[in-house]
Write a protein that binds this ligand. Structure first.
Ligand code: 2BA
Length: 108
């Protein structure tokens, strides 16, 4: 068994969860926060048999878009007259996915 751990944007999570459920996969959604943007995203845990991992990855990928987000860089100097640097664009998403081996799975 594998554990698919997928970090997705909040805008995409409803579609991912709906599709996983429709296809019969068990999934748990956790609220999470990205370390770089410090903004909310969602982490989905999906326990799945190894032969179904690719199906899950395709399903997640099909729901998650890449978007651009503006970030305000922090100025290294702080003197009077320093210009505030312009915001930079960073691409975010589709999904960041980890596939982990599950040693044991129990419902007790
Ligand atoms: P954040 O950490 O908020 O990162 C949002 C986006 O900012 C990233 O999109 C990436 O395009 C950019 N970014 C991140 N770190 C950067 C840096 N040091 N310099 C410049 N740009 C940077 P994604 O790569 O699509 O990642 C989306 C979210 O997935 C991340 O949100 C984080 O929550 C998670 N994530 C990404 N890589 C991860 C990793 N190796 N381990 C754990 N979580 C990860």
């Amino acid at each position: 068994m594998k554990l698919v751990l997928a970090i997705v944007q909040d805008q995409d999570v409803q579609a991912v969860m709906a599709n996983l459920t429709r296809e019969g996969f068990g999934a748990t959604k956790l609220a999470s926060t990205g370390g770089f943007l410090r903004e909310g995203n969602s982490t989905i845990l999906i326990g799945v048999e190894e032969e179904k991992v690719e199906q899950v990855l395709r399903l997640i990928g099909g729901c998650c878009r890449t978007r651009k987000q503006l970030v305000q860089p922090i100025s290294a100097v702080g003197g009077l007259g320093d210009l505030i640097p312009p915001p930079i664009e960073v691409p975010v998403g589709g999904a960041t996915v980890f596939v982990l081996h599950v040693e044991r799975f129990e419902k007790v």
